[in-house]
Design a protein around this ligand. Structure first.
Ligand code: FES
Ligand SMILES: [Fe+2]
Length: 312
């Protein structure tokens, strides 16, 4: 009997050797004070983030284009980052100047950045391919972030959870009041719509959702590491899931809740918590295999999208 050899993963999906181009949450805004720089060992690279004299955040490869010193040890002078070793400077376009201010023609790789929801985000590609999702502008919302969590699987798997309608029925015991639907908005979005309620009478009471008053969730994945939940019934709120690979090949998740000021927070948090807490033990031990069935259309769409994305 011949046993097949497990092939190495040549796809992007669930591949720890690749990081797909997307927005990644790096640090709290308040962690990078004006005129300071710091190097982060993230997404399999070393990235330096600094805040210039105008308070604007920039990100670049941490290695100085001269001889490779860590730019995170440098100083911010005017709008340039000065390397600590021979005092060459790098401007916001990544151009590198010698100590006597001559353009060396050497370049640092720079990355798009944003500050949103109190955090610094970088896009690990030359220019953003999509935006970080945000709730409608005209609503008076509170933003809550739950503490970061580490899950022992790839971020793509955690992201897929948001649009995996079949598992909401089997694992989370959600009873659908209509058949879940899904669609793809190429090149980066998979959208699943679910309407249903939880079987447990206790939870029906706690979160105010039942057969007559089901929850309506439109759940979208953006790229391969973010998911946006648009909950429209029985109360309106949004949830943003963001994930990233850790250096130990686990997944760090950060979840933001966008809640109307008059909403009973506990209910909204309980609703999401109840849907998610059972995932933990499955995801921590999952050894992914793409044995998709017809029911897994949305998951397969995400898989195809991620496999076509640019990465580093
Ligand atoms: S290594 Fe940075 S200036 Fe020399
Ligand atoms: Fe789940």
């Amino acid at each position: 009997m011949v046993f097949g050899v497990l092939s190495s993963n040549d796809k992007n999906f669930n591949n720890n050797n690749r990081v797909i181009q997307s927005w990644y949450l790096i640090a709290k805004s308040k962690d990078i004070k004006p005129l300071t720089a710091k190097t982060f060992n993230i997404l399999k690279r070393k990235i330096t983030i600094y805040r210039n004299t105008k308070g604007i955040i920039h990100a670049l490869d941490s290695r100085c284009p001269h001889l490779g010193a860590d730019l995170g040890l440098g100083k911010v002078i005017d709008c340039r980052l000065q390397c600590p070793f021979h005092h060459w400077t790098i401007n916001e376009k990544g151009n590198c100047f010698s100590k006597n201010n001559k353009d060396t023609k050497l370049k640092s790789r720079i990355y798009p950045t944003q500050e949103k929801y109190g955090y610094i985000w970088i896009f690990n590609g030359p220019k953003p391919l999509f935006e970080i999702p945000e709730p409608p502008k005209n609503r008076n919302l509170s933003i809550l972030k739950s503490p970061s969590q580490e899950i022992k699987c790839h971020p793509h798997i955690v992201t897929a959870n948001a649009i995996d309608a079949p598992h909401f029925a089997s694992l989370h015991k959600l009873r659908f009041t209509s058949k879940p639907t899904s669609k793809t908005e190429r090149p980066f979005k998979v959208i699943t719509e679910m309407n249903g309620y939880l079987g447990s009478k206790l939870f029906q009471k706690l979160i105010g959702v039942n057969k007559e008053n089901p929850i309506k969730v439109i759940s979208s994945t953006i790229g391969g590491n973010m998911a946006w939940l648009d909950i429209t019934k029985p109360y309106k709120f949004n949830v943003l899931f963001t994930t990233k690979q850790s250096n130990k090949n686990t997944c760090i998740t950060n979840v933001f809740f966008f809640l109307p000021k008059n909403l009973n927070y506990i209910r909204a948090l309980l609703a999401v918590h109840n849907l998610l807490h059972d995932d933990r033990k499955i995801l921590d031990t999952l050894n992914f295999h793409p044995g998709f069935s017809k029911e897994d259309k949305a998951f397969k769409e995400l898989y195809d999208i991620v496999n076509k994305m640019e990465c580093w």
